[in-house]
Design a protein around this ligand. Structure first.
Ligand code: FES
Length: 283
């Protein structure tokens, strides 16, 4: 591939701008005139990622703030569960705890979404996805990023990404609550067992994907198999670590599948609650 005339290497490491360049502009890296040497459509992946994430952000922001149509017995939207504010809609299904007094006037979803949101925001995969998609840092493999400085995640605010492991524990609790909601989706409006509608299946698929994504987390893998000197002395943890590792290999796919499924689940409840659609019942 032709690269044109190449300038002499910048031995000062200042990138010609008086600022010490790091990363691909650093003094130890090959100096080429071209921005990159890739000839494929490398921008497709980050552009698609950014578009997908943006669509979810717009949808979830609307649903989180709209504060209505999140309960259609026996289904509770995963965006609003557990509902822990005084201003929650009266719900017979799902956890509905008044942990916050009447002073909380905003949407009850905001009190809960902070945990799954924090979990995904600090997730290793999503970090890669939005660093590339929104910040072009870097835009793609072998494509130089436009920023002259790179400090990684060693300084504020990105150093806060390290709290991911704590969000993992919170995500476990949220997954337990959503599991409870899924079980309750098999109770009808009168709270009697034996109900099964299309919504029950939507909830089952969603919770399976939520658990698969949560357990495929890198922090989960470390909690289960990390800090061990000899796997042979911990056969159970070794076995679990192997299972989680298999899920971990699919972490990106599970991240997207669970993101889509949680939005579909919420939208399904919205359609029922607004009367746009009637839940087909099998039992
Ligand atoms: S690394 Fe993605 S959820 Fe933990």
């Amino acid at each position: 591939m032709a690269t044109g005339t190449q300038p002499p290497p910048d031995s000062t490491g200042l990138g010609g701008r008086g600022v010490r360049a790091t990363g691909v502009r650093g003094p130890t890296r090959a100096s080429i005139a071209a921005g990159h040497l890739r000839t494929d459509r490398w921008w497709l992946a980050p552009a698609g990622t950014a578009a997908g994430l943006l669509a979810f952000i717009v949808y979830s922001t609307w649903r989180a703030f709209v504060q209505s149509h999140y309960y259609a017995a026996p289904y509770v939207s995963p965006f609003y569960s557990p509902c822990v504010a005084d201003n929650c809609a009266p719900m017979r299904h799902g956890p509905n705890w008044d942990l916050f007094g009447s002073w909380w006037g905003l949407s009850p979803a905001l009190l809960i979404l902070i945990f799954p949101l924090g979990f995904r925001l600090t997730c290793y995969y999503y970090r890669k996805a939005y660093y590339r998609g929104f910040w072009a840092s870097p835009p793609a493999c072998a494509v130089a990023e436009p920023h002259t400085k790179y400090s990684g995640e060693t300084r504020f605010p990105l150093i806060l990404q390290n709290i991911h492991r704590y969000f993992f524990y919170a995500a476990l609790l949220v997954a337990c609550v959503l599991t409870y909601d899924t079980v309750l989706s098999f109770r009808d409006e009168t709270y009697a067992w034996g109900h099964m509608g299309l919504g029950s299946l939507v909830f089952v698929v969603n919770i399976v994907l939520i658990w698969a994504y949560t357990l495929s987390c890198h922090s989960c893998r470390h909690v289960i198999g990390g800090r061990l000197r000899h796997f042979s002395a911990h056969p159970v943890r070794y076995r679990l670590w192997g299972w989680v590792g298999k899920l971990n290999n699919r972490h990106m796919q599970l991240a997207w599948a669970s993101l889509i499924s949680v939005a579909v689940c919420d939208f399904y409840v919205y359609l029922l609650a607004t009367g746009t659609f009637a839940d087909p019942r099998f039992l």
